[in-house]
Structures are given as C-alpha cells and as structure tokens.
Design a protein around this ligand. Structure first.
Ligand SMILES: *Cc1c(COP(=O)(O)O)cnc(C)c1O
Length: 395
C-alpha cells in the first residue's frame, strides 16, 4: 500500500474569484437562501445554456423533483427514464408516487436508445397506458449528449414532454444548443464532483416563464401572496444558499476553461491508448457524434476482455486503487438495481455490458503532470503484463 497522496476521480477546482465572492457575501451579510448572488448565478446559467430562465436550487435531485411536478407527474403516472444513469435521475419519479419505466442505451453515445424508447411507448400504448406517460427523461451521461434529435422527434410525435437530466453536461451542446436547453425542462447539478461546483446545488432550466415562476414558488414552501403565512399548495424548502451561489458565480467565470481542461484530459488518454492498440489492446471511448459536443466531464473507457487479451475493467480498477488512485465503474443500470428490480425495462444488454466493461478514469480539470505520470505508470504496468501474455502464448 502506498503512502502517496490520493488522486481523485473528479475533485472541486476553484478559480481565482470564488473566495472573494464568498467574502463579499459575508461582508454584506447575505448568508441566507436569499441574496444577490443567486440571481447572478442564474443569469450566468441562462447565458451559458441559452435558456430563458434558470432557477437555482439546493441540488440537482431537487430540480428533477420540481421539474417532474411542473410537468404534472403524480401518483400512478409513468416517466420513461434512461436506465444507464445515477439513481438520482429516477428517485424523484418515485417521490411523486409515479412509476419509472427504464429504457436501454445505444452503444454509440451510451445514452437512451431512441429505438427502445419507441418500443416502450408502443407497448405502453397497447396496454392502454399511453395517457399515463407524463415525461421522457434522457441523460447526457459523463457529459456526452444523448441522441436528442431522435428523442425529441419521438416525444413530439406522441406529445410527451422531455425533461433532460443534464446534471453532468453543463458546457456540452447538441446541434449548437446547450445541453439542458433542448427539452421542455432541463436540470443541472453543481455537486462537488461535477464540472463546476457550488459546494452542492442544482438548477432547473426552462424557456417558459410560468414554469420558472411556479418553480420559485414551489421551492419557497409554496407561500401564497399574503402578509401572513398562507399556503394553498404543498411546497418544499429547496432554495440554494446565497453563499453557495457566490461560489457558483465564480465557477461560471471559469466554465469554458474547465470544459477545455476536461477535453484535454480526454485527448491525453486517447493518445496514450492509441499506442497500446498496436499491441493488441483495443480500448473504446464514448463517441462524440458529429452533432455533439461533450464537456468530457469524465473520460470513460470500455475494456472488452476479448479485445484486450483477457484484461478486465475491474483489474484496472484494482491496480489504480493499489496506488491510491480513484477510478470507478460506470453507473450500474437502474433496471439492475435492487431498488428498481421490479420496474419495467425495454432493451437488451447494452447498458448491462457497458456496466461490466466500463471504467471512469481520473478526470479532474486540476490533474497535475505528476498525477498523470502516476496514472500512466499504472496503466503501463498493467498493459505490459497483458501484452506479454499474448507474446508468451505466441512463442
Ligand atoms: C449528480 C447527478 C444528479 C443529481 O444531482 P445532485 O446535485 O447530486 O442532487 C442527477 N443525475 C445525474 C445523472 C447526476 O450525475
């Protein structure tokens, strides 16, 4: 076991203004879920994504919850979700008493397969459940845009709203439109490991002023316009703190730089792996379609033992972990989670295979040269052993 410092998968990366902005919040005593930084942060998000209204919230999960409420999701309704995702995509569906129906991924983007989406809708239609489908929720996994053209076309054909889980995709775009601004509602997250962080937080994106007004109302305990505390609807305390928003404002100043740094990480890994493909180790990356621009939040690879002389993703993970380097399997698909075992699933084994072969590599925008050398030295060791295995066979 090494005493070397830990290399994290994706750690916070502050710019030069965040501390000053937090200090300003203290100086003006806006230490509350109210204050000028919140609107500034929202304006920055509107500019970055091209959406008319951003509503900052306590988390991405809260934003998904509110987004589903705005789309009228309630008990016994159905939301069609991408299975290949983090559990926070699906949980708010259940908070509302609705049922998530899961759809498999396409091998290309690793995101919602439009063909399987069609299959799901057709089957639910046949069961007389079409009117219960209240939303379709694709995810832009690891920053890679989903096949939105097809998904939006199918959604509009059946007149079902789309809520985009863009929690991992701030700074990504599709057809030149920011991720989160493509569907009826978009959701962002500023959790500590995301491309930018407000030390926890999220946002709901919409072009519809009624939706953004309603979102503000719902996250402030649904307080009616009256001098006393009067409530006609069930609300939530989901506001973002002005201190957190101050961090967010500073992070928005460096967003473009962070995207470039993450994309640079990807290119570095890509170049590194290219030299091993000649040695018979064919690793695969998540593909960027011609219309897609990914923020490359996490560089992830597929290790197919049949194309890598028997090497597995978990062997790589353990080799990293022995050197105190964090890597992580891809998200375990929702339809394979004990929590969602009984939920309907449309698809085959694409996301299951991604899970068994995938690995997220250290991808922080603040990885140092020294850290990269440690990462590549672990990979060199593992890969040489597996190249030699073949040579041993051959001789
Ligand atoms: C991080 C994340 C969320 C949840 O965001 P929080 O801010 O952590 O609540 C939702 N969906 C996906 C895909 C995520 O990666």
């Amino acid at each position: 076991m090494s005493n070397t410092p830990k290399i994290w998968l994706s750690k916070p990366h502050m710019g030069s203004d965040e501390l000053r902005l937090v200090t300003e919040a203290f100086a003006s005593n806006w230490i509350a879920p109210q204050g000028p930084a919140i609107r500034d942060f929202e304006k920055g998000l509107e500019q970055a994504t091209g959406v008319r209204h951003a509503v900052a919230m306590a988390s991405g999960t809260a934003a998904i919850h509110i987004g589903l409420l705005l789309l009228g999701v309630g008990p016994r309704d159905i939301v069609i979700c991408q299975s290949n995702t983090f559990v926070a995509t699906a949980n708010p569906v259940v908070y509302l008493g609705a049922t998530p129906v899961f759809v498999d991924s396409e091998p290309y983007s690793w995101n919602m397969d439009p063909e399987k989406l069609k299959e799901a809708i057709a089957d639910l239609q046949q069961k007389g459940l079409e009117s219960r489908i209240k939303a379709i929720m694709p995810v832009h996994l690891y920053g890679m845009p989903a096949n939105m053209e097809e998904i939006l076309r199918i959604a509009s054909q059946y007149d079902i709203p789309v809520i985009e889980d863009a929690a991992e995709a701030l700074g990504s775009s599709y057809n030149g439109i920011g991720c989160g601004a493509l569907g009826d509602i978009g959701v962002l997250s500023f959790n500590g490991n995301k491309i930018i962080t407000s030390s926890g937080g999220g946002a709901l994106l919409t072009n519809n002023v009624h939706q953004s007004d309603k979102a503000h109302f719902l996250i402030t305990q649904a307080r009616d316009a009256a001098l006393h505390y009067q409530h006609s609807e069930l609300g939530f305390n989901y506001r973002l703190s002005n201190v957190s928003a101050s961090i967010g404002v500073g992070q928005m100043m460096v967003l473009a730089e962070r995207v470039e740094q993450r994309r640079q990480n990807f290119r570095r890994y890509q170049q590194y792996f290219a030299k091993w493909s000649d040695a018979g180790l064919q690793l695969k990356f998540q593909d960027e379609a011609p219309k897609s621009f990914s923020n490359r939040w996490l560089t992830s690879i597929l290790v197919d033992p049949e194309k890598c002389n028997g090497l597995t993703a978990s062997e790589l993970l353990h080799a990293f972990s022995r050197e105190n380097i964090e890597s992580r399997p891809l998200w375990k698909p929702m339809h394979l989670q004990p929590l969602y075992r009984k939920s309907p699933f449309y698809g085959s084994i694409v996301s299951e295979q991604l899970f068994s072969q995938g690995l997220c590599l250290p991808s922080g925008s603040n990885l140092t040269e020294e850290e990269f050398s440690r990462i590549f030295s672990v990979l060199d060791n593992v890969f040489s052993a597996f190249r030699n295995k073949v040579h041993a066979f051959a001789s």
